[in-house]
Design a protein around this ligand. Structure first.
Ligand code: PAF
Length: 278
């Protein structure tokens, strides 16, 4: 496995790799969710490249860029064991040299849900992913369903800017008690970690209500909110939206993206499921 730190070196390898390249962009501190995407990519491609880059442009000034968990040595070991071709591990000045001034904005979609709570976040994500696509030139790029809005936005960017890249979505990988795997779970205290299972439980509650015939999103949100209030979690938002447009639904008719963000102390966790109403 090659460990590549510069854009020039990465471009050289891009030219050398014949056949298809599957790419998994990450911010490191890898968990089973990332590794499941690596496995998917390996099945479908001749080569697999993973990037590890904690992207400062997708964090707001009040967010956790400085404290975001990092363990490059462990990440490299995991990727070596997964037998991938290369890890792209640039530093901040390599990706954003002085006077960097070009950004990608996916209008409308970026302002909803996560974008409302984290203005500028998706501009940062889109800009870095577009740069990585240009450098690595993959045929397929892999993202986890846990970041449902990120997936929708990546698909829109690829379509609008004609990137010849297929966005492949891997399922959310969960701990045994249902908590979605996330690098940020490491921030949770023991008590918060136990109570964080409320996220998935509240999603299952929404699913049950919809399956039983509830069609009013306001009622579903209220039930979820009341349920979460029993824990130390503080709701940022609960949303029932169209999975493609991310517009809030007024009536639950077909597939609905039920998503939420909840604070446990300073840690903000997100999760979602798509409920298929019959
Ligand atoms: O999902 C993430 O870890 C990040 O948003 C990504 C896609 C690696 C871009 O920095």
């Amino acid at each position: 496995m090659k460990v590549i730190k510069t854009i020039n070196e990465m471009r050289k390898l891009t030219i050398e790799m014949s056949g298809t390249v599957g790419f998994i962009p990450t911010m490191g501190y890898l968990h089973h969710g990332h590794l499941s995407l690596v496995r998917l990519a390996k099945k479908k491609n001749d080569h697999v490249v993973v990037s590890i880059f904690v992207n400062p442009k997708q964090f707001q000034p009040n967010e956790d860029f400085a404290s975001y968990p990092r363990d490059t040595e462990k990440d490299l070991q995991l990727l070596q064991d997964a037998n991938i071709d290369a890890v792209f591990l640039p530093n901040v000045s390599e990706m954003y040299p002085e006077n960097f001034a070009t950004y990608i904005t996916i209008e409308s979609l970026s302002k909803k849900l996560e974008g409302k709570s984290r203005p500028g976040h998706f501009q940062g994500v889109a800009t870095i992913v577009a740069k990585l696509f240009n450098i690595i030139q993959p045929q397929q790029a892999y993202f986890g369903q846990k970041d449902a809005q990120q997936v929708v936005i990546m698909k829109k960017m690829v379509s609008d800017l004609q990137f010849p890249v297929e966005i492949v979505v891997g399922p959310t990988i969960r701990e045994q008690d249902g908590l979605a795997m996330s690098s940020r779970n490491v921030y949770l205290s023991e008590k918060e970690r136990k109570e964080a299972t409320i996220l998935f439980q509240s999603l299952k509650l929404a699913e049950e209500l919809i399956r039983k015939g509830e069609r009013n999103p306001v009622s579903v949100k209220k039930e979820m909110n009341d349920f979460i209030k029993k824990s130390v979690g503080v709701v940022d938002y609960i949303s029932l939206a169209d999975p493609d447009t991310l517009d809030e639904v007024e009536n639950i008719k077909k597939n609905t993206l039920v998503s939420l963000a909840v604070f446990f102390g300073k840690t903000r966790l997100i999760d979602n499921i798509v409920v298929h109403s019959v």
